[in-house]
Write a protein that binds this ligand. Sequence first.
Ligand code: C2E
Ligand code: MG
Ligand code: MG
Length: 902
Amino acid sequence: MSVTPINVNDDVLKATKTYRQQRRHVVALYLLALFVMTVLFGWLLSEQYKQEIEAAESRITARANVVNEWAKGVFAQSGQALFGLAELLALQGMPNSDNDQALKRSLENLTLYMPMVDEITVLSAEGRALASGRGNRKPDADISESAFFNAFKQAGQKELITPLYWSDIDQRYYLYHGRRLETSTGEFAGVAISSIVPEVFADALEQMSVYDGESIALVDPGLKFIARYPIPEEPFSIGSQIDSPETTEWLARGESTWSINFDSPIDGRKRLFRILRVGEYPMLAVVGIDLNELLSAWRQRALILTLVMAVIALLGAWGARHYLNRLALAHQLRQRIEEREQARAEAQIAAAAFQTHLGILITDPRGTILKVNETFSRITGYSEAEIVGNNPRMFSSGLQNAAFYRRLWKRVIKTGNWEGEIWNQRKSGELFPEWLTISAVYDVAGTLTHYVATMSDISERKAAEQEIHQLAFYDTLTGLANRRLFMDRIDTALKELQRHQRCGALLFIDIDNFKQINDTLGHYAGDQVLQRVARRMGQMLRDTDTLARLGSDEFAVLIEGVDSNHAQTNRLVERIAHKLLAALNEPIGLAEESIMVTGNIGIAIMASNEYGVDDYLQQVDMALFQAKSNGRHGVCFFDPSMQAALLAHVKLEADLIQAQASQQWQLYYQPQVDQHGRITGVEALLRWHHPERGMVSPGDFIPLLESNELINDVGEWVLEDACYQLARWAQHPRLSELTISVNISPLQFRDEQFLARVEGVFARTQAPLQQLKLEVTESLFVEARDDARDKMLALKARGVRFSLDDFGTGYSSLAYLAQLPLDQLKIDQSFVQQVLESQANAAIVESTIALAESLNLEVIAEGVETKAQQAWLLAHDCHASQGYLFGRPVTAEAIERLITGD
Ligand code: C2E
Ligand code: MG
Ligand code: MG
């Protein structure tokens, strides 16, 4: 089942992020709109405010100007009257006591026409009142010393108006308007003063139309109250001091107009004021407008606008909230869809996971099985219905004890899980190993809800492991331990040796001629022989012994803990070895034939661990070598002298290489005779003149030459030397009849270059080839028979003859023998020497002679040492002989001397 990977978590996160972003955008947009609206409305209101204020300012400025002009008019009127009076007095001269009545009358008239002037008085140059517009006037206090009077008299001031001035006589305030009087000659004559009644201003202001909240006031430069409309409440009356430090400051600055808003010092209402000086006169016109009233309309508008804005803001907020709600809803919906999607994916994954190749079992906290998957059913053989509701104990194999399960559950409870190998039982009753993992599942609150067990059947794996182990350590053919395991066991045995103080033994068993069995009967038969041999030997041994197969026909036994006594160990092991040999010697029956197997055993006793594995293996190898050299069916213990022999063997090998290099070879010739004892030929036999050891026998070094392939070169030398000999003898009439038999090793014969080399020798020596015989042995025909036959035929064509050496010792098939281009059979000396003692041998020789005759071959007996043997052979029609009886191998010169008699 395939599951599309769904990355739900990422999607949910992305969606949540987008949602939050949208929410932020909405809120930001709303706030921006709110801000813009507020700024707009604020600007609108402030503009309107400014306009209101500007309109009010221009209005009160105009009003102030009017008041200004009017006040100026009042003073101008008084000034006019005083001017006229001054002109008059200048013309008429100052009055005296006689004519002051006339002046008095005109002054009265004058005041009559100027209602705002209470009285006009003319003062003399000395400051005395000369006449007054009011008849009943009491003489004023002498003002001749006053600053006002002196301003005219001394400072020459033409006209001057005082601020509010308190008149003690009248007990009221006046504004005095004075004018200098001069004589016709321009001298100071006195002062005319008009007393202006301040109330006249109040009356005039009363006549002016005043708007709501508007106020018009006049004050003198000392901020004394002169007049105001609307009329202020008590305690303000003419002459009251007004407290306004700002205005005092402004006056000090000397400016002519000023606009300011502050709380009116008179009625405490906040007003916007326009203050200006009334011409050069000691009076200020103050026009104020009540800001509260002025701005009431604006405030109303502002209120409405604010309300409108609030409504818009609320509507906007409501809209935004609505939109946000919708967003949240959409987001929740999406989230829910995605959660569902995720849950679905998880369920899909869980389902897929449940269908794994692992067996899964789920139980409740009490261990009751709730669910298993298909794999579990398949492995155990039970259907799900058979399992669910049961306890996992139903699978118990009984191989693990209660303590094991107690430990298992203790661990699950402590750490939450356990894993390990366990044996369970299938429905069929079969026990099987499994790898089991148990996990405890807890919910968010930490309460145990389930146990989940996963298991895999590891029987196949175990079997494979077993097989690998088998392959690595056991021989596949016989099932015995292989070399590797055997070495291991020896190593362990050596370690144990010291502990138990008991000797052990190593035995190497070699089967004789196994190669030939293989070659002649085939590999299948060879394998069967090995298996039988292995089985038989195995039966002879105890379980604690290790029987191994080290090579094709090499077996080995390790026997541990034999005995603490060395001699006793020797005895016991020898007995075992002989038992093994006896078991080997039993004939083995194959399909068609029965085979006799023989073998040799080498033994090394392991008595101390001062030698290593390799040392003991070498010892037992030498013992086997010795056993083989001693003859068949032998048992041989290792003894230290063997080691010396082995070393000598190794040295000999090195010397051989040297021998070839420095031509330490020589050919000896042994005579071959006919029935009359006449020498008809010789056999060439190789001799090695060793610089230290003297003459070494070919039996000792030929196998060595064969083992390191020097045989080809040495063999060529032998053939060449013999051929040169033939060529030389051919020149000699009495020697030209002699044949020379040359031994050819099978290895030499099988070499690819053999024919070429031989041809080379023939070409170089020009030997008479019909005098040459090549001695081959039966083993040449065991392998590659046809190749051997072809080569023989090729040589035969050149006139060379062939003799079959050591006949009777091999396993040659007579039928095949008949097909070979042989000329002579050479009866092995072992038969010849026993011909008189052993009837069997005699029979073999007899039948060999008969065979040769029937195949039309010559026959020659070798190793003839006695006359009796010769007589027997002659009596049995073997006419040719070779042996010490006729002559030992000697030099060519010695042969020549023998024949020529020189
Ligand atoms: P072989 O070819 O069977 O040679 C005969 C051996 O028997 C010779 O031993 C010879 O000295 C010995 N002999 C002859 N008559 C008697 C007798 O009456 N009594 C006894 N006891 N022995 C007798 P040798 O020379 O030691 O040669 C041993 C073997 O070495 C030869 O056996 C042959 O197989 C091999 N050999 C010798 N020379 C050569 C050679 O040049 N090439 C090869 N390939 N093998 C050689
Ligand atoms: Mg020979
Ligand atoms: Mg021989």
